[in-house]
Design a protein around this ligand. Structure first.
Ligand code: NA7
Length: 543
């Protein structure tokens, strides 16, 4: 299809119709869809290749917690039939190979400019266009700007004194080197026990000389039960893709799992115990996403599953004192993002693994030799920071977004994000966010495909109707932001510090909980967005 710029008459034509920031799963699919429609599109990506999350997070043990066959793109039947996932929950190297395979198959790289970190983006009213600036000072203009910068892509190091003094090797898990790290015989420290820390710890514990885990807050975790996909199952998966994706469309958060319609106390004690036992023995997020409908809202219901999982930890960890340290006391099961594990708890039975509770004995500083806590000095060869991300809004904060009237996005979102459908922001015309705050995340590629299709529809609508300015109204933003806040009322997850509530102890100004996450159902989210599109986007200010 010929590519034709949107002409604005007397005003200059921007370099491109659309600029996409980021070549992860969102950016890649968005490029594919817009290019298919003949738009002139370019993606700017900070890394040297595609993959986003799967490009950066190369740490040992990184893998899916969603079933592989529910995670891949669903838009191409050919791709679905060509690609074989080797495990029920694929590891990062395989997923990165998948991203590269997709980029090759659809010839995406020719419109992606790598090693190009966007530092600023400014809207110009006169030309109704955006100009982005890269770290090297070069700039490009476009009519529509689409952010595909990810909800968990700005890693944060701890604010601990002496971080630069350490003489050994140190890594943040999300900035892991491309060459393998040899742990053989090494004295290794891991700080952080979230989903990433747990995957890292359980993997390297098999190789290290000695491992010391610095845990600030114990996290609940449940078995992943990964396994290879045999030829027979592979065939069934490929034949069953339409049903698999149809199922993901129906469920609350686009996983194959969805809440059980019963409450925890609607069954007998014995039935409840048997149900938990079943879920604990099954693959994936069933114990979190497919549990009784009230475990994430009702304290008493939650206590039943928390007690069950605590018993499992006590059974699995031999030293009762260590087991108690590993059992969360400040939050209920599933109220933070649930890490899935593979013999994680058992590694604390190894002689060469030690757990340090840094609430009891806080880290005072990093030293040239290792880590000093309030009661000991540890020596290490390697320190791993599994300390998480400036989530949801952090990647937006890093880019100086200036909208109409020189409005600054960071300033606008000072007390929490304000969005329309999680996609647009008042005073930021022609800017659309993929997987920004206030959108349904869940099993993320499913949400990505929906949002990309919706944004594609909007951009096409603009072209077909000769529109050059699309803006969310204050009324639209207020109503969506209030709706998102209302959905969060009563959720136990909003009563605890975590990246899901916008808390990051390592970032200035991120110590107050905010509602940055859409916590309604994915079908309800899609219904609302579909309604807006069906009515010709009349809730937007169109010009
Ligand atoms: P998380 O889930 O935010 O976990 C970060 C971990 O690092 C968590 O255990 C934190 O303890 C710990 N942390 C953070 N800062 C410090 C300092 N300064 N000192 C000690 N410990 C610290 O990040 P992940 O990378 O594990 O997972 C993020 C998401 O990526 C995950 O949910 C998946 O969706 C993929 P805390 O609990 O704050 O006390």
């Amino acid at each position: 299809m010929p590519s034709k710029a949107i002409n604005l008459g007397a005003t200059p034509i921007p370099d491109l119709d659309v600029i996409i920031i980021g070549a992860g799963l969102s950016g890649m699919y968005q490029l594919y869809r817009l290019r298919e429609l003949g738009f002139r599109v370019r993606v700017f990506e900070a890394g040297t290749n595609v993959g986003g999350t799967w490009y950066w997070n190369r740490y040992p043990g990184a893998r899916f917690d969603s079933e592989s066959y529910t995670y891949g793109y669903s838009f191409s039947k050919e791709l679905l039939q060509e690609w074989d996932w080797s495990e029920h929950f694929a590891g990062q190297p395989e997923t990165l190979r998948y991203c590269n395979y997709v980029a090759d198959k659809f010839d995406l790289r020719r419109d992606i400019q790598f090693e190009s970190r966007v530092t600023a983006a400014r809207y110009e009213e006169e030309t109704r266009s955006w100009t982005i600036t890269l770290q090297d000072g070069s700039s490009f203009s476009c009519r529509f700007l689409i952010t595909a910068i990810g909800p968990l892509s700005t890693p944060t190091l701890p604010r601990i004194e002496g971080l630069g003094d350490f003489k050994g090797a140190s890594f943040h898990t999300a900035r892991w080197p491309k060459e393998p790290v040899d742990f053989t015989g090494k004295r290794v420290a891991v700080i952080g026990t979230g989903a990433t820390g747990i995957q890292t710890i359980q993997t390297i514990a098999k190789e290290v000389g000695h491992l010391t885990v610095f845990q600030r807050t114990a996290n609940w975790a449940a078995p992943l039960h990964n396994g290879k996909i045999d030829a027979e199952t592979q065939k069934k998966i490929k034949a069953g893709y339409p049903e698999i994706f149809a199922r993901c469309q129906e469920t609350f958060a686009c996983f194959v799992h969805t809440p059980d319609p019963r409450g925890a106390f609607e069954v007998s004690d014995a039935e409840r115990e048997a149900f938990y036992e079943k879920l604990y023995g099954e693959r994936g997020f069933g114990i979190w996403q497919g549990n009784f409908k009230d475990i994430l809202t009702d304290r008493k219901a939650n206590a039943t599953i928390s007690d069950f999982v605590a018993r499992k930890i006590r059974e699995r960890v031999k030293d009762p004192a260590v087991a108690e340290k590993l059992i969360p006391k400040n939050h209920g099961f599933g109220t933070r993002r649930l890490p899935l594990e593979t013999f994680y708890f058992e590694i604390y039975n190894q002689d060469n693994v030690e757990l340090v509770d840094i609430k009891e004995t806080p880290i005072e500083r990093i030293t040239p030799e290792g880590i000093k806590t309030s009661d000991r000095e540890f020596e290490f060869d390697i320190i791993i920071y599994a300390t998480g991300f400036d989530a949801l809004t952090g990647s937006f904060d890093k880019i100086d977004f200036r909208g109409a009237n020189d409005a600054r996005l960071k300033e606008k979102w000072k007390h929490g994000p304000q969005t329309y459908l999680g996609i647009m922001v008042h005073e930021f015309p022609n800017m659309m966010m993929l997987m920004g705050p206030h959108t349904a995340l869940g099993n993320i590629p499913r949400s990505i495909e929906y949002s990309v299709d919706w944004v594609t529809g909007l951009v096409r609508f603009a072209r077909d109707n000769h529109l050059t300015r699309l803006e969310a109204t204050t009324a639209g933003v207020d109503s969506w932001t209030d709706h998102v806040k209302a959905l969060g009322v009563g959720l136990l997850s909003n009563e605890i510090d975590s990246w899901m509530t916008g808390i990051n102890s390592n970032v200035e100004g991120k110590q107050t909980r905010i509602i940055a996450r859409y916590s309604g159902s994915a079908p309800a989210y899609r219904a609302r967005c579909d309604e807006v599109a069906a009515k010709g986007y009349d809730e937007l200010r169109l010009g």
